[in-house]
Design a protein around this ligand. Structure first.
Ligand SMILES: NC(=O)c1ccc[n+]([C@@H]2O[C@H](COP(=O)([O-])OP(=O)(O)OC[C@H]3O[C@@H](n4cnc5c(N)ncnc54)[C@H](O)[C@@H]3O)[C@@H](O)[C@H]2O)c1
Ligand SMILES: O=C(O)C[C@H](O)C(=O)O
Length: 341
């Protein structure tokens, strides 16, 4: 249906030299594939990954428009070579040898929609892409951005199980944007430098399933319960705030690309053996009764090294945790059912 096409950066000769010199140094070669690379998130994410010195090969796949994105990004004089792949026929080449696959493929929300309203279209897209990942790069880490993340991650897990290659340590739902927002909003209210702020965000990635733990925020500030409630609500509704501001032209793309690049960088550092890399992510988990849950995760050479427990919660956060479980449970079950029908 779509014209298949492959574009390689014209700088490949020079970059082959770069590759050789890196392979003799301490930074390993890493291929990163972005599926949905020509989209609102995909393009700025491709730019940010091109700027990341841990990436040696950047593979940009979409069903349309990847040649232009690859040609454009490929002119940037940084380490990685860049290849653009378009259409199903080229998906195998896009994936082969990938260490990390980032998936922002799928439709975004319009005002009035929930993330779950995207399920009917995006579940099928994720299913197809994960079927190809199982075949062509079964050992890659997967960073799932496509919504509804609460369901697309369980879909991916089921597809990988069916293919006999599921490794729960390698599958991540990207919830970094919730952390990015919580940090920004908290710094504003606490009047502290945002660069020093840390806030864990647990649960999932939709509405009340997003639960920021401001009781564990650092630096600590003496905020009233009204302010903490407002901060929690703003973090939970952050995506909707952007969807409404964009008024029909999509959802968060630039802040998401930033968040996606941060999380991908953490995964690459973990793969490369950098110690103590900890980020929040939605992963297979036993820290609650739910089979998937977002919490702090230690990243390592095999992906998830350790799912950290939740730590002490305030009474307000304990209530939030109990309140989020039914919705998260049903989103997980919906994904599992879809993948198995
Ligand atoms: N996890 C998060 O925090 C978070 C944040 C923002 C957006 N999102 C989600 O990310 C997704 C993408 O958002 P966007 O704003 O980039 O949308 P977009 O429409 O701008 O881009 C999506 C891209 O996916 C491509 N695509 C569609 N089907 C594909 C397939 N089968 N294979 C490869 N590519 C395919 C499209 O051609 C398009 O280029 C949405 O589902 C959105 O809800 C998640
Ligand atoms: O809100 C959306 O639909 C996109 C994304 O999940 C977000 O949090 O910005």
């Amino acid at each position: 249906m779509f014209r298949s096409m492959l574009v390689r950066s014209s700088a490949s000769a020079k970059q082959a030299v770069n590759r050789r010199s890196f392979s003799s140094g301490s930074v390993p070669e890493r291929k990163v594939a972005i599926l949905g690379a020509a989209g609102g998130i995909g393009q700025p994410l491709a730019l940010l990954m091109k700027l990341n010195p841990l990436v040696s090969s950047l593979s940009l796949y979409d069903i349309a428009n990847t040649p232009g994105v690859a040609a454009d990004v490929g002119h940037i004089n940084t380490r990685s070579d860049v290849a653009g792949y378009m259409g199903d026929d080229n998906l195998a080449k896009a994936l082969e040898g990938a260490d990390l696959v980032i998936i922002p493929a799928g439709v975004p929300r319009k005002p009035g929609m929930t993330r779950d309203d995207l399920f009917n279209i995006n579940a099928g897209i994720v299913k197809n892409l994960c079927t190809a990942i199982a075949k062509y790069c079964p050992h890659a880490l997967i960073n799932m951005i496509s919504n509804p993340v609460n369901s697309t991650v369980p879909i991916a897990a089921e597809i990988f199980k069916k293919a006999g290659m599921y490794d729960e340590k390698k599958l991540f739902g990207v919830t970094t944007l919730d952390v990015v927002r919580a940090k920004t909003f908290y710094a504003g209210k606490a009047n502290v430098p945002v660069a020093e702020v840390n806030v864990p965000v647990i649960g999932g990635h939709a509405g009340v399933t997003i639960l920021p733990l401001f009781s564990q925020a650092s630096p600590q500030a003496n905020l009233s319960s009204d302010v903490l409630t407002a901060l929690t609500k703003r973090t939970q509704d952050g995506g909707t705030e952007v969807v409404e501001a964009k008024a029909g032209k999509g959802s968060a793309t630039l802040s998401m690309a930033y968040a996606g690049a941060l999380f991908a960088d953490a995964c690459l550092k973990g793969l490369n053996g950098v110690p103590d890399v900890v980020e929040c992510s939605y992963v297979q988990s036993t820290i609650t009764e739910l089979p998937f849950f977002a919490s702090k995760v230690r990243l390592g050479k095999n992906g998830v090294e350790e799912v950290l427990d939740l730590g002490p919660l305030s009474d307000y956060e304990k209530e939030g945790l109990e309140a989020l479980k039914p919705e998260l449970k049903s989103s997980i079950e919906k994904g599992v059912k879809f993948a198995n029908q």
